[in-house]
Design a protein around this ligand. Structure first.
Ligand SMILES: [Zn+2]
Length: 484
C-alpha cells in the first residue's frame, strides 16, 4: 500500500511517489526522462525529448481558452543526492525510502528530492487531468539544475511559444519570487617567484567565522577570512619585514570563507614584536566584528627556525596589493519599491591559494542587473592587470530581471489573498535560478516562481509539507483557470 493513501491531492502524490521510485540524481536523469516521455505517450500528448534528456510536453487549451496565449509550467527533474553517514542507500539504483509523518513527507536518511520532484508531480497532475481548465500548456522538465543549470542552458527555446512561465522551484509557501541574480566566477592568477630563506616560522590561522552561502548570506556582513588575512598582512607590513611561505583560505567561490591560514617567516629579533602585532590586530578585528562574529579568533604558533621556499619581495608586494585592493561583500542594495532589503550586486572572494609559481584568488560575483555584474568584473580585471596578474571569467549565468509589467504576479497575489486571507511576500533572490536562463532566452517574458514549503532541501533532513502542497497545487490550478 502507498504511504500516501488517503492523502490529497491524490494525483500529485501518486505521481510524486512514482518519481521517488526512479533514481534521478543530477547526472542520472535518463530513466526519469524516459518515464515522462512514456507518461505523455500514454495520454496522447505531444512530447519532445531533447538529446540531453530535457522533456517538453504539450497539452491543448481546454474549451473556452483557445484564444489565450500558451503558458509554460517548469520544474527540474534532478535532485541533490545526500545521505547520512550510516545510510546504505544507493542513489543510482534504489527507490527512495519515503515516509509520512503528520504533515511531513521525508525520505529515511536521504534527501527527498521534493526539490524539485514535487514540481514535476504537480505539473504531471495538471497534464493528466480532464477536469482542470487552462490555456495551451507547455510543460518543461529540465535536467541537472542542481549542478549548473545545464538543462535550462541546453533547452531548445524555439520549441516554446509561451511567453508566460510559472517556475515551481521555490520552497516557501506564501513567497512569490520575481527576480534572481546572475553570476560569474572571476579568477585572478598572479605569477610569483619564490626562493629559499631561513627564519622563525609562524603558523597563523584566522578562524571561527560564520561563513555561509555567498548569495543568501552576503547581507549579514560576516567577515571574509581571506580578506581579513590580507588586512592582517598589511598591518604586519607596517611594523616589520616578513616572508610568506604558505597562504590559503576558503573552499568554494560560493561560500563565504570561514578560515584562512598563512605560514610566515620573520627574523629572530622580530619574533616578540610579531606575536604582539598579531594580538593587536586580533583586538582591532574583534572590535569591528563584536556584533556578528563573536567566535572570531586568530591562532598564532611559533614553529621554530625553518628553511623554506618563500615569496620574493616583489611577488609579496603584488599579492598584497591584490588582497588589499579588491572589493568584497555587498556592493549595492536594490532601490525598487518593495525590494529595498534585497542585495542587488555583491561579490565574495571564496578561494585563495599559493603554489610554487602562482598566487590565485577566486571570487563569485552576483547581480540582478547584468550590466552591474559586468562592470564589477571589469573592475577586478583592471586591478589584476595592474600587477601583471591574469583575470578570467568562468561559469557566467544570466539574471532574471524584475519585470514591473508582469501580468501573472498581480493575478497570483489576488488569488492568494482571496484564499489565504493575507498578503503574500513578493521578493527577489540574490542567487541563481533557472528563471535567469529562461528569462534571457525568451525575453520579453513574464515569469513568476513559487512552490510548497520544503525544509532543509539538499540535506538528508529534507521535508515536504503535505498541507502546503495541497494549497499550492490549488493555487496553481486557480491561476491556470484565471488565464482566459
Ligand atoms: Zn531546485
Amino acid at each position: 500500500m502507498s504511504v500516501f493513501s488517503g492523502i490529497e491531492p491524490e494525483k500529485v502524490f501518486e505521481f510524486f511517489e512514482e518519481i521517488c521510485m526512479i533514481p534521478h540524481g543530477s547526472g542520472n536523469t535518463r530513466q526519469l526522462s524516459d518515464h515522462l516521455k512514456a507518461f505523455a505517450a500514454e495520454r496522447s500528448l505531444r512530447v519532445n525529448q531533447e538529446p540531453c534528456g530535457n522533456i517538453i510536453i504539450y497539452k491543448d487549451a481546454t474549451p473556452g481558452y483557445e484564444k489565450s496565449p500558451a503558458i509554460c509550467l517548469q520544474g527540474h527533474m534532478d535532485m541533490v543526492c545526500e545521505k547520512t553517514s550510516d545510510s546504505r542507500h544507493n542513489f543510482r539504483k534504489d527507490p527512495l525510502p519515503i515516509a509520512v509523518m503528520d504533515d511531513e513527507v521525508f525520505s529515511r536518511n536521504t534527501t527527498l528530492g521534493a526539490d524539485d520532484g514535487i514540481a514535476v508531480a504537480m505539473i504531471l497532475a495538471v497534464l493528466d487531468s480532464s477536469e482542470l481548465e487552462h490555456p495551451a500548456l507547455e510543460a518543461v522538465f529540465t535536467i541537472d539544475e542542481e549542478t549548473g543549470m545545464e538543462g535550462a542552458k541546453l533547452l531548445n527555446y524555439d520549441s516554446l511559444k509561451a511567453r508566460r512561465v510559472i517556475n515551481l522551484d521555490s520552497e516557501d509557501e506564501g513567497v512569490f519570487y520575481i527576480s534572481c541574480a546572475g553570476g560569474l566566477r572571476g579568477n585572478i592568477s598572479l605569477p610569483v617567484d619564490m626562493k629559499e630563506h631561513t627564519g622563525i616560522e609562524y603558523d597563523v590561522v584566522i578562524s571561527g567565522l560564520h561563513g555561509g552561502h555567498s548569495g543568501e548570506m552576503i547581507d549579514r556582513y560576516y567577515a571574509n577570512a581571506i580578506i581579513l588575512m590580507g588586512r592582517l598582512l598589511r598591518f604586519l607590513q607596517q611594523r616589520m619585514k616578513f616572508r610568506i611561505i604558505e597562504l590559503s583560505g576558503g573552499l568554494m567561490d560560493n561560500a563565504i570563507p570561514r578560515e584562512a591560514g598563512c605560514h610566515i617567516q620573520v627574523s629572530v629579533e622580530n619574533s616578540t614584536t610579531f606575536e604582539q602585532t598579531i594580538s593587536e590586530f586580533e583586538e582591532i578585528i574583534k572590535n569591528e566584528y563584536k556584533a556578528n562574529e563573536k567566535n572570531l579568533m586568530i591562532y598564532c604558533e611559533n614553529l621554530g627556525e625553518s628553511t623554506a621556499r618563500v615569496l620574493r619581495n616583489e611577488s609579496t608586494k603584488r599579492a598584497m596589493y591584490l588582497l588589499t585592493a579588491v572589493p568584497d561583500g555587498v556592493i549595492k542594495m536594490c532601490r525598487e519599491k518593495g525590494q529595498e532589503n534585497l542585495v542587488q550586486t555583491s561579490l565574495n572572494f571564496g578561494i585563495m591559494r599559493l603554489s610554487e609559481g602562482r598566487f590565485t584568488l577566486e571570487a563569485g560575483l552576483r547581480s540582478s542587473v547584468s550590466s552591474e555584474k559586468h562592470a564589477l568584473s571589469a573592475k577586478l580585471k583592471v586591478i589584476a592587470e595592474a600587477v601583471g596578474a591574469e583575470y578570467t571569467e568562468k561559469a557566467n549565468y544570466p539574471a532574471w530581471e524584475y519585470n514591473e509589467e508582469s501580468e501573472l504576479l498581480p493575478m497570483l497575489i489576488r488569488l492568494y489573498e482571496s484564499s489565504y486571507g493575507q498578503s503574500p511576500v513578493v521578493k527577489g533572490i540574490h542567487a541563481g535560478l533557472e528563471c535567469g536562463v529562461i528569462y534571457k532566452a525568451l525575453k520579453p517574458v513574464d515569469i513568476v516562481s513559487f512552490g510548497p514549503t520544503i525544509k532543509s532541501a539538499h540535506t538528508p533532513k529534507e521535508t515536504l509539507s503535505i498541507s502546503s502542497t495541497e494549497r499550492t497545487y490549488r493555487l496553481l490550478c486557480d491561476l491556470l483557470k484565471e488565464l482566459k
